[in-house]
Design a protein around this ligand. Sequence first.
Ligand SMILES: Nc1ncnc2c1ncn2[C@@H]1O[C@H](COP(=O)(O)OP(=O)(O)OP(=O)(O)O)[C@@H](O)[C@H]1O
Length: 302
Amino acid sequence: MSNFAIETVGLNFNFGRQAIVKDLSLQVPKGSIYGFLGPNGAGKTTTIKILLNLLKSPADRVFIFGKEINSNRIAILKRIGSLVEQPAIYGHLSGKENLINRCLLLGIKKSKADEMLALVGLTDAADKKSSKYSLGMKQRLGIGLALVSDPKLLLLDEPTNGLDPNGIIEIRNLMIELTTKHNKTILVSSHLLAEIERTATHVGIINKGQLLFQGTIQELQLLNKPLLEIEVNNVAGASILIQEKGYEIVTKTDSKISVPFVSKTESGTINTFLIQNGFTVTSLSQQRKDLENLFLDITKTN
Ligand SMILES: Nc1ncnc2c1ncn2[C@@H]1O[C@H](COP(=O)(O)OP(=O)(O)OP(=O)(O)O)[C@@H](O)[C@H]1O
């Protein structure tokens, strides 16, 4: 039995002559929230479409719950729910009617609609026309529709795109609930590192169709250590003192010095010795790297 909900082995995919996915070996553990992270155009949607067999990959390259996709298409697709691009919702129907419609199509009892409404937090809006739903509610209805057939694996392509902060939090909490309480595995794509860091248990980082990093969120955090950014009047002098005190300087600009962030107490110590030595510190803040800087680090490490 495979421990992976998804495994791809050296997957390649071209659109015409353009190589979009290059030697991609994903390993998505069962029960994980796998954050599939990469900038726009990296190949995330293309990969998700291959996983859904909407785009054809060479045989023997994609395994879902241990089974090769091309030779077990129907059985495998029954185990996958997905939200790619816009959810397929009938705006003139209520959320509940949309769900009942899906139940009828799949030959599932209608009471499942109420269960799904409760699961995605739409019970109170069950009878409202779905065209009147907010974007976040539409996304949650889309996820509810994807879950009607009780799939064990959910593929979500940038589900928080365009949502307001509340909508983002609701999707985040829903993903956590689905994996912790309902035994689902979720692959969720995003171009935002901070978003993935909040929910994912595992991460795959893709750029130009290539996997740059794959591991647990803890392994990613080891790579993506926070920095303490110090804004100070005399960067040259302060840098010498900071180094004499045994700190590594990661980056330096005309007005700011960055050192690895250790703790608030440690930040206070640095602040105190700079002031005691006559420097003016105008700000001290903890910073995280963005995706671009993380790419640079990963490339250097490799
Ligand atoms: N049907 C298509 N025909 C030709 N090229 C395509 C097609 N669909 C996507 N591409 C190209 O494939 C590359 C990867 O696109 P893809 O949509 O998979 O990226 P992505 O990581 O999901 O980015 P985004 O977040 O912008 O959707 C892009 O260069 C895109 O222009």
